[in-house]
Write a protein that binds this ligand. Structure first.
Ligand code: AHR
Length: 491
């Protein structure tokens, strides 16, 4: 048992935690959209206009604030006109990036906005700068947001939607350093500025434009594009960083079976996010000291080898307590960096990579990662406050900090979230809390062995439980078993 001291000072209020930090990502990849989110109106699985009702409920329960779509790399070959209008007449599409499957485009713009309306989340579109045209993108925006009698709104009406939708978040390109065109940052930023000029605000809608930012530690990309961005031409830049359990893209490691060593290398790998957030923010601070431009971590999570026997192009992997710890580490880091990080989108929502939901026919499984989003949801919109841990180390040959933690206050309540990242040692954490008088503490814990997971035959093996913490004046004490994530609400 390690005894750990922690300090929270609610008088030291920091940035607001934008709810969008708890965002998600859904791509036309494997079984994320088709079979996962969308089963079609004629399915025997309960649905509303083809969108699975159990998925909508699951997304609503964690207060999903924003959903990114249609990719990913898929966005770089997406032509929206092919996926509107009569479903029987929609042009089929060869999914060149993911498994080479033919898609029938029955899930397009109308269906995506319907999904967001059912969930109550903001839509975040990734526009095609890689292989599309400016006209195509500007017409998409007209189709969605314009309210007059010109051709695009008339086409939308003909396709069944009278009133425009609201669209806030618009990504202009995806991974244009890679699958989105293999561009140099100097070339991309010229293109970005040209494209965004024609992405206009219509009929009272205001676009928040997001430029393609760096891949992981490509600091030169950030520096080069930030030199040309300002609050008039961009609201944010993206950052993509995936955690590879072994650190080797050619043999990433299994999502369900891994050694202790691989567990620690995964957590150590994911904690590199801290350095990425710090260093990209420092570069952004040079060009944008007022923090007008946000960092949008619109792809993050664990990327494993696919589950045995599944299509390698579908990126289907299982999700264990290790993923829960990864999620807790990242969400705590995002909370702490919320002065610059304004959105983050876990990859991906359903049946792909570090999913929150898995489906098999009519069955559904909420993964350990899902439960972490549930435990952390009260941070959304809160004010991050000072939180410091006198940390211990965990691990054997690979060492990591044992505890991750963040705290926020909102509406007279404080949320404290922490995880014990060790897989074999208990921690007793004593929190000294200043500036907040709490009379009661309600806590939940998600805990298990590192390889514990929820499967279709045992969907609730890993689930949050009530958890006792002791509160004595300004001192809160929590005994935290190994491999656990805890959320405490103080009031
Ligand atoms: O999330 C899977 C893929 O990872 C996305 O399509 C792409 O943007 C990234 O490389």
């Amino acid at each position: 048992m390690k005894k750990i001291s922690a300090y929270i000072n609610a008088k030291d209020k920091r940035s607001v935690i934008n709810p969008e930090i708890y965002g998600h990502f859904s791509e036309h990849l494997g079984r994320c959209i088709y079979d996962g989110i969308y089963v079609g109106e004629n399915s025997s699985i309960p649905n509303v206009r083809g969108i699975r009702s159990d998925i909508v409920e699951a997304f609503k329960n964690i207060k999903m604030p924003v959903l990114r779509w249609p990719g990913g790399c898929f966005a770089d070959t997406y032509h929206w006109q092919e996926a509107v209008g009569d479903k029987k007449l929609r042009k089929k599409e060869h999914n060149v990036h993911w498994g080479g499957v033919t898609e029938d485009n029955s899930f397009g713009t109308h269906e995506f906005f319907d999904l967001c309306e059912q969930v109550g989340c903001e839509p975040y579109l990734a526009g095609n700068l890689g292989s599309g045209t400016i006209q195509e993108l500007s017409e998409w925006i007209e189709y969605i947001t314009l309210d007059d009698t010109s051709p695009m709104p008339e086409l939308r009406r003909k396709n069944g939607r009278e009133k425009p939708w609201k669209l806030k978040y618009l990504g202009i390109g995806n991974e244009n350093w890679g699958c989105g065109g293999n561009m140099r940052p100097e070339y991309y930023i010229d293109e970005y500025i040209r494209y965004q000029t024609f992405c206009r605000d219509h009929s009272g809608n205001h676009l928040f434009k997001i430029a393609c930012g760096p891949n992981a530690m490509d600091y030169n990309w950030t520096d080069t594009i930030m030199k040309r961005l300002n609050k008039f031409n961009a609201g944010g830049i993206s950052l993509h960083y995936y955690t590879i359990p072994t650190g080797d893209w050619n043999k990433k490691g299994s999502g369900r079976k891994f050694s202790k060593e691989e567990y620690y290398s995964t957590i150590s790998g994911t904690l590199q996010m801290e350095e990425l957030l710090t260093r990209h923010s420092q570069i952004m601070d040079i060009h944008d000291p007022n923090k007008d431009i946000g960092l949008v971590v619109d792809e993050w999570g664990v990327w494993c080898d696919v589950e045995e026997g599944t299509n390698p192009g579908f990126l289907y992997q299982q999700n264990t307590m290790r993923d829960a710890i990864v999620a807790a580490c990242n969400l705590n880091m995002f909370n702490i960096h919320s002065d610059r990080v304004i959105m983050a989108n876990l990859a991906q929502a359903v049946n792909v990579l570090q999913s929150i939901v898995l489906t098999e026919g009519e069955k559904i499984v909420l993964t350990p990662t899902y439960h972490v989003f549930d435990l952390f949801k009260t941070h959304q919109g809160g004010r991050s406050v000072y939180c410091f841990i006198e940390n211990a180390e965990a691990g054997e040959s690979i060492k990591i900090p044992m505890i991750t933690c963040s705290a926020s206050v909102k509406d007279g309540k404080m949320t404290v979230t922490f995880a014990n990242c060790s897989i074999d040692e208990d921690a007793e954490i004593t929190f000294d809390i200043t500036g907040f008088e709490a009379e009661k503490a309600e806590a939940r814990i998600l805990t298990g062995e590192r390889q514990d997971l929820n499967d279709f035959d045992l969907p609730d093996k890993v689930a949050p439980k009530e958890y006792p913490v002791s509160l004595n004046g300004r001192t809160m004490t929590a005994a935290v078993p190994p491999c656990s994530v805890v959320s405490v609400i103080l009031e």
